[in-house]
Design a binder for this molecule. Structure first.
Ligand SMILES: [Zn+2]
Length: 165
């Protein structure tokens, strides 16, 4: 666990960096499902109107699977950017919502919030994910609450959940 003297440098990533694999609430069973944005060999593009759409997949351990070509991606807010399903990693934190796309996203938030010394990305950092975090997440006053919520969320991820298999 990062102490208050730990140094943390913004790696400069944006939200879409975490959008290849998003944990969502399955519309069939209510469990934890995956939205996969990169399908490797099965990747397929279609032109719908004048927009190119890419195949995305919803997959759940209950057997529910959906392949679709959703429209323009909408990043931001507690929903996956493709199917607009509610995120699995979404919790109340003292009356505010703390959410993440996947465990790697949680790790970044935890490293940042837990660090006492935060450094900006060396690259032009105007709109990195961390630069865009709301002030209450960054506030030292809320650090313990935010870290506790992050750990609580991580504990809800089913073991072995990943894109493989
Ligand atoms: Zn399901």
């Amino acid at each position: 666990m990062a102490g208050t003297t730990a140094r943390f440098t913004d790696p400069g990533v944006k939200l879409h960096h975490f959008a290849d694999e998003v944990l969502v609430r399955c519309p069939e069973c209510g469990g934890c499902a995956l939205v996969l944005a990169r399908l490797g060999d099965e990747c397929e593009h279609r032109w719908i109107g004048d927009q190119e759409h890419t195949r995305r997949r919803l997959r759940c351990g209950c057997g529910h699977t959906v392949d679709a070509f959703p429209g323009s991606r909408a990043f931001g807010g507690p929903a996956d950017p493709y199917f607009r399903l509610p995120l699995w990693l979404d919790a109340d934190c003292r009356g505010r919502r703390l959410w993440a796309y996947n465990p790697a996203h949680l790790d970044l938030l935890e490293g940042y919030v837990g660090a006492g010394l935060r450094e900006r990305a060396t690259a032009p950092a105007s709109m990195t994910l961390l630069a865009r975090l709301p002030a209450w997440v960054k506030s030292a006053k809320h650090r313990d609450d935010v870290l506790r919520t992050i750990r609580r969320l991580r504990a809800t991820v089913p073991p072995g959940l990943s894109a493989a298999g």
